[in-house]
Ligand binder design. Structure first.
Ligand SMILES: *[C@@H]1O[C@H](CO)[C@@H](O)[C@H](O)[C@H]1NC(C)=O
Ligand SMILES: *[C@@H]1O[C@H](CO)[C@@H](O)[C@H](O)[C@H]1NC(C)=O
Length: 296
């Protein structure tokens, strides 16, 4: 091989290493069908996961796929009690009891196809250049619809909510309910509109409550219900301050991630103290993903 070709090969190898994809596995350990969905904001990403935006996961099944290096503000969640056999009734119909996408269908729309709350979300920003970290969390900021965990193959902390928050959910927040009357969701105080002023709400961290300083967890009704049951999940928009909401994994580890619906409680071994609350710039949006540093 000529020197020039050797240099070219080396350059290509370096480019390849820098843009390595990550392997993700989504497991359904629930004893019922879940319809997972994945969202990649087209405004923040130029590359997309190598999987459909939605699929059907039989009980105790798993699916593995790759997501791009620098996947930014990506999310995965589960849809419950879906029936896609007919057309959606209207543009708002999700065809699922919880977690479905507006307009329904097995596939969620590539742009705007996020789960309608209440829905437990798993979220990532990979390879953040400023910090050298992957950021990830399991979030109850949009409410709850399934127990969920995120774990790695590199020993980084396990994020998750291992408890079914439906049955014990406070009455004002409980539901929707399935045909048997079982709650398949638990809304946030914001979503349930308990204070009646969603545009200026301590529950929603909106209006005059839109910063960490003006939206303490003490002002969020039922914060403790969510945080006590699921200490390693995000329980409100600015929950970084708990130290057990937003998790990091050094990007150089190139972790592979596993998302599990209905994770066994044996996975409940997160080590608090490794989250990076202080290194995370405060955001101004109620949706806490805005708090993540953006990968540029
Ligand atoms: C699904 O919806 C169709 C109508 O679109 C209905 O005929 C069918 O019974 C539903 N299936 C279940 C399991 O509810
Ligand atoms: C998870 O671990 C914490 C801390 O040990 C414990 O308080 C909690 O009850 C556990 N949750 C479950 C569902 O086992």
């Amino acid at each position: 091989m000529s020197r020039r070709r050797t240099v070219l090969a080396l350059a290509l190898a370096l480019v390849g290493a820098a843009s390595a994809q990550r392997t993700f596995t989504v497991r359904n350990d629930c004893p019922f069908t879940v319809w997972p969905a994945i969202f990649t904001d087209p405004g923040k990403n130029t590359e997309f996961p190598a999987i459909d935006t939605g699929w059907e996961a039989a009980p105790f099944s798993l699916r593995t796929f790759t997501v791009p290096h620098k996947w930014t503000a990506g999310r995965i969640w589960g849809r419950r009690d879906c029936n896609f056999s007919g057309p959606p009734a209207n543009a708002a119909d999700t065809q699922c009891l919880t977690g479905g996408c507006a307009g329904g269908g097995l596939l969620c729309q590539a742009a705007g196809g996020v789960g309608v709350p209440p829905a437990t979300l798993a979220e990532w920003t990979l390879d953040d250049p400023a910090s050298g970290n992957d950021f990830y969390d399991v979030s109850l900021v949009d409410g709850y619809n399934l127990p969920m965990s995120v774990s790695t193959n590199t020993g980084c902390p396990v994020a998750g909510c291992f408890v079914d928050l439906g049955p014990q959910c406070p009455d004002q927040l409980k539901g929707p309910f399935d045909a048997t009357g079982f709650p398949v969701g638990c809304k946030t105080a914001c979503l349930a509109n308990l204070d009646g002023t969603p545009d200026n709400s301590a529950n929603c961290c909106s209006g005059s409550h839109s910063t960490p300083a003006t939206c303490p967890n003490s002002g969020v009704q039922f914060y403790s219900y969510f945080k006590n049951a699921c200490p390693n999940a995000y329980a409100y928009a600015f929950d970084e301050s708990s130290g057990t909401a937003l998790w990091t994994c050094q990007s150089t580890f190139q972790a592979q991630y596993t998302v599990t619906f209905c994770p066994a409680q044996s996975e409940n071994f997160s080590t608090p103290g490794t989250a990076t609350a202080s290194s995370t710039p405060a955001g101004t949006h109620a949706l806490h993903l805005a708090n993540l540093p953006s990968a540029s």
